[in-house]
Each structure stands twice: as C-alpha cells, then as structure tokens.
Design a protein around this ligand. Structure first.
Ligand SMILES: *[C@@H]1O[C@H](CO)[C@@H](O)[C@H](O)[C@H]1NC(C)=O
Ligand SMILES: *[C@@H]1O[C@H](CO)[C@@H](O)[C@H](O)[C@H]1NC(C)=O
Ligand SMILES: *[C@@H]1O[C@H](CO)[C@@H](O)[C@H](O)[C@H]1NC(C)=O
Ligand SMILES: *[C@@H]1O[C@H](CO)[C@@H](O)[C@H](O)[C@H]1NC(C)=O
Ligand SMILES: *[C@@H]1O[C@H](CO)[C@@H](O)[C@H](O)[C@H]1NC(C)=O
Ligand SMILES: *[C@@H]1O[C@H](CO)[C@@H](O)[C@H](O)[C@H]1NC(C)=O
Ligand SMILES: *[C@@H]1O[C@H](CO)[C@@H](O)[C@H](O)[C@H]1NC(C)=O
Ligand SMILES: *[C@@H]1O[C@H](CO)[C@@H](O)[C@H](O)[C@H]1NC(C)=O
Length: 471
C-alpha cells in the first residue's frame, strides 16, 4: 500500500489507466487529525458533495512525510466508501505533515493543504504523574504528600527533587541553585524535605520511574514560611496569565468541578492547595460551604510548566448551618412574657432564612410537644407572650438556611415573674378592718360579761355592743 516517490513524479504515478468522460474533483475533502497512541495518527474526513466531486469518488489518497524529510513522501490509497484511516507504526514525538485528495475514475483532484501533526511523546504517555501533590510548607521544611501515579503497577519507585528558584524580582543576577533528587520506595506517599532556607521560593517535583523510563513529574512551586517572629508574607503572585477555556461548577456545598482545563495537570501556585489531574476535569473537595474560591489552571508537560490560566471565581453551594445560633439570652419581662435574644450562628453556611424557637415548661417532654415559633432570618430578638406566671420555662433555638435546619442551641431556662396583688385593694382592707373590729368587740364583751358577773345590772349595754359588731 505504501509507496515512496518524489514530488516531481507524483502526477504521473496518479494517472488512472481507465479514462471515463467525467472530471476530477474540484476540491479536496476536509481533513481532521488525532493521535491515540505515540505511533498512530488517525485521519477523518467528510465525503465530497456532488458539486465538488464531479463524478463518483472511487478512492482517496493520503500523503504524508516527516517535517525533517519533506522530500520523502509516503502515500496510501483507500476506497471511495471510507471516511477515516489510521496511519500506524510512525515515530513517536515526531512532526508529520499530511494531506488528502479525492479521486474519480479520471484521476485525483487537488490535494488539501498540508496539515502538521506531532505524534505523542512515548515517555510522557507511559507513566503518568502522581496525583494530588500537596506540600505543607514550614520555615525550613516541606512535607510533600502525593497519591500514586495512575500507572502504579508499572512503577518501581518515586523520585522527588527540590530546587530553589530565583525570585523574578531578584536584582542580584545569577544565583546558583542545586537540585537534590531523592529516590523513594514504591509505597512512599510522603517525604519530609529538610534544611531549606526560610522565605525562599522552591520548586518541588515528584515523579514515578521504572527500569526503562522516568514518568511525568507533578510540579509544585511555592515559598517556605518566614522564620517565626516575623509577619507572614503575602501569598505568592501567580505567574503571567494565559487565557484558556476553563469552567468551574459547584457540585455540592463542599466541592467544585473544574472542567476543560489545559491537559495534564492543574496547579495553584499558592501554598494553600494544589491539585493535579491527568484528565481535563477535577473535583476539588473538602472546601468550605458557601465560600467564594479563586481557581486557576496550569498545564505541566514533561519539562515545561505552562503559564496559569486566568483566575476565575466560583462559590460552593450553601448548606445547613453547622453551628447553632450564638449567645441565647432570656429575660422575664413580667408574669406572662419573656424576651428572647440571640446572635446568628458562627458558621451559617448560607443565608439564614428563619430561626425556630422551641419552648416548654416541662424539660422532659418530647421535642414535638414543645411550643414552636418561627422568626424571619433577619430578626435576632422576640418577645414571647401568653406564658403562665411564676413558671419555669426552657428555651432552645435553631437557624435554617434554604437547604435545611441546623442544630439547636443548648437549652436555657427562665422563671416568669409572680402575679402581683394589684386587684381590689378596698375589698382586702375592708376584710382586715372587719376582722379587727370583730376581735375588739369580742374582747369588750368578754370584759363586760366579766364585770356583769360582779354587778346586778347592765344587760342593755351588752346588746348595744353586740349590734355594733353586726353593722
Ligand atoms: C468499503 O468497501 C470495501 C470493499 O467493498 C469493504 O471491504 C469495506 O468494508 C467498505 N468500508 C465501509 C466503511 O463501508
Ligand atoms: C519527549 O521525550 C524526550 C525524551 O524521550 C524529551 O527529550 C522531550 O523533551 C520530550 N518532548 C516533549 C514535548 O515532552
Ligand atoms: C498509564 O495510565 C493512563 C491512565 O490510566 C493510561 O491511559 C496509560 O495507557 C497508562 N500507561 C500504560 C503504559 O499503561
Ligand atoms: C507529613 O505528612 C504525612 C501525611 O500527611 C504525615 O503522616 C507525616 O506525619 C507528616 N510528617 C511531618 C514531619 O509532619
Ligand atoms: C457531585 O458529583 C459526583 C460525581 O459525579 C456525583 O456523584 C454527585 O451526585 C454530585 N453531587 C451533586 C450534589 O450533584
Ligand atoms: C490558590 O488558592 C488560594 C486559596 O485556596 C487562593 O487564595 C489563591 O488565589 C489561589 N491561587 C491562584 C493562582 O488561583
Ligand atoms: C413532663 O412530661 C413528661 C413526658 O411527657 C410527663 O411524663 C410528665 O408527667 C410531665 N410533667 C409534668 C409536671 O407535666
Ligand atoms: C414546629 O411547627 C412546624 C409547623 O407548625 C412544624 O412543621 C415543625 O415540625 C415543628 N417543629 C418542632 C420541632 O416541633
């Protein structure tokens, strides 16, 4: 199938021995190209419309050469019913140029423009970079952690290197930096780099290797902390930005999907968090709910670290409050009302849509029997009325976001005031006066009857005093 020929001889070679009274196609098919492995190039095209084919297309001719040797053109012909073809056994990491022409019985039409395509790099494909590279920076150490390479079974160990990189604004010119490379066992998942200088910029690489090849490296760049006693440095500025199509979607209150990033890896240059992904999307989780995050993506090749994409922002979704409202305060206003006040939860995880106040005079009553009152989320105090006087009441309070309710605060209690005696003071004094007068009369009568028992007269006075008591 494959034949070499020179550009000069090309048109002669292509002439068909059979001539029909039709013409050659007036345009080439549209070609698209992809690589699925380091030695393959896959070509796809659409059939020509009859306007351009000018007769039945009986075959296609694909021509290709390496960019290094453009004179050495290879050619393949395939049937007119085909719309794709895969070139195999090519050289890895090699730039090729390719084109296609459609042919009728008469001959081939004009070929398409040359299209360039580089086959994939073997080493880069074979062992993928370790994922989830994270570095915990201290003043003199980095604790580097990672997850295994996706090709873990092919791997015989990991290597880690650490190199000081000069700050871009350093005016001192050349500074020599040395790279230590450390070999680690296959099972290693973290390594402590020591002896670093505080407040310096470093680049840490971790990659897997086996007997034949070194894998792709996951790369982290960041600073050691300042030596203790000084204020922490502001976060490192990201490298110059490069626009690229990235998308982030909040998937839950603690995760964000990062989609369509540049291939092979994502990094965040800050010390805080770094994620790598071999695919073009990554789920970043363990985030805080209802929090705005800045995201930027960087692509890492074998030896090249690409620039960051533009920073984009995305918020995690809201969630139920994870803490109860703060500082619940109760104060009895009178015998039937209590003022309840509070502050919003420390971790509302969203916008508070309402507060629910539960109260009861009986602490051992099940929760659903407690009286319950809902207040709008902007309110932080309410007067509860219609309580019984001199009664022990128990209160608790919970906040809800649109997602759902959070936990209740601890129970607090309050005594309503006793009923004051303001009713009918005249009646009470009347009774007291009556009782006193009655007692006086009894005493007087006792005195009189004692005196009468000594004299023979005096019955009338007795009756008069008796009547007075009844008035
Ligand atoms: C094209 O035709 C050949 C021979 O008739 C046949 O072997 C092949 O399967 C066909 N291909 C497609 C894509 O129909
Ligand atoms: C491809 O791999 C070779 C080593 O085999 C390396 O020198 C070269 O830089 C790599 N190219 C790319 C684009 O990664
Ligand atoms: C390494 O892992 C990636 C992702 O799973 C896979 O596409 C690739 O083919 C693997 N390489 C080898 C040599 O198995
Ligand atoms: C480094 O991180 C690993 C994994 O998180 C941990 O087990 C190890 O104790 C850490 N080492 C130091 C010195 O902090
Ligand atoms: C988030 O994504 C994961 C993985 O695709 C999926 O299982 C989960 O249901 C998603 N969660 C939400 C809230 O959409
Ligand atoms: C990296 O993440 C931190 C917090 O997670 C953020 O403050 C910083 O802006 C991010 N850096 C980039 C380059 O997006
Ligand atoms: C308090 O509630 C419990 C459970 O409902 C009940 O058994 C108990 O009798 C109640 N106490 C009073 C004083 O009402
Ligand atoms: C409070 O009352 C509402 C409706 O009146 C009810 O849906 C809710 O379950 C009650 N809450 C409790 C804890 O009893």
């Amino acid at each position: 199938m494959r034949r070499t020929y020179t550009i000069l001889g090309m048109w002669f070679y292509c002439l068909s021995p059979f001539s029909f009274p039709s013409a050659v196609p007036s345009a080439p098919p549209q070609l698209s190209i992809a690589s699925t492995s380091p030695t393959d190039i896959r070509l796809m095209w659409h059939p020509l419309s009859s306007q351009y084919s000018r007769g039945a297309v009986t075959r296609y001719r694909i021509e290709y050469s390496t960019l290094d040797q453009v004179d050495s053109v290879f050619s393949v012909e395939v049937g007119g019913n085909e719309t794709q073809f895969t070139l195999r056994e090519l050289q890895p990491n090699q730039a090729y140029r390719l084109r296609i022409a459609a042919g009728t019985g008469v001959g081939f039409g004009v070929p398409s423009e040359w299209v360039q395509h580089r086959t994939l790099n073997v080493t880069r494909l074979l062992i993928f970079a370790p994922t989830e590279l994270k570095v915990r920076a201290r003043a003199n150490t980095f604790n580097v952690t990672w997850h295994p390479s996706p090709n873990h079974t092919l791997v015989s160990g990991y290597k880690i290197s650490c190199q000081e990189v000069e700050a871009e604004d350093s005016a001192n010119g050349e500074r020599t930096t040395q790279t230590h490379t450390i070999r680690l066992r296959k099972k290693a998942r973290y390594h402590l780099l020591t002896g670093l200088v505080s407040d310096r910029q470093y680049e840490v690489r971790v990659w897997a290797f086996n007997k034949q090849i070194e894998g792709a490296a996951a790369v982290w760049k960041g600073r050691t902390d300042k030596a203790p006693g000084r204020t922490p440095s502001p976060p490192m500025r990201p490298p110059p930005l490069r626009p690229s199509s990235i998308q982030a979607t909040a998937n839950s209150s603690t995760s964000i999907w990062l989609l369509r990033c540049s291939p092979a890896g994502t990094t965040n240059a800050s010390l805080v968090s770094y994620h790598t992904s071999i695919g073009q999307e990554i789920l970043i989780d363990s985030l805080k709910p209802f929090t705005r995050y800045e995201l930027a993506v960087q692509s890492n090749g074998m030896d090249v670290v690409g620039p960051f994409s533009l920073t984009m922002e995305e918020s995690t979704l809201s969630d139920r409050p994870s803490t109860p409202p703060e500082d619940l305060q109760l104060s009895a206003l009178d015998s039937s009302s209590v003022l309840v006040s509070w502050r919003p939860p420390l971790e509302p995880n969203g916008i508070i849509v309402n507060y629910r106040i539960l109260y009861s005079g009986n602490l051992s009553q099940p929760e659903h029997l407690w009286k319950n009152l809902s207040q709008e989320g902007v309110i932080t105090s309410v007067e509860i009325q219609g309580l019984s006087s001199g009664t022990h009441y128990f209160f608790k309070l919970g906040a809800s976001t649109e997602v759902g309710p959070g936990p209740y605060s601890p129970v607090k209690d309050v005594h309503t005031l006793l009923q004051p005696y303001e009713l009918d003071i005249h009646a009470v004094t009347g009774i007291i006066v009556g009782v006193c007068l009655g007692l006086i009369c009894i005493l007087l009568c006792m005195c009189l009857s004692f005196r009468n028992s000594k004299s023979r007269y005096g019955n009338t006075t007795y009756c008069i005093y008796d009547n007075y008591q009844l008035v």
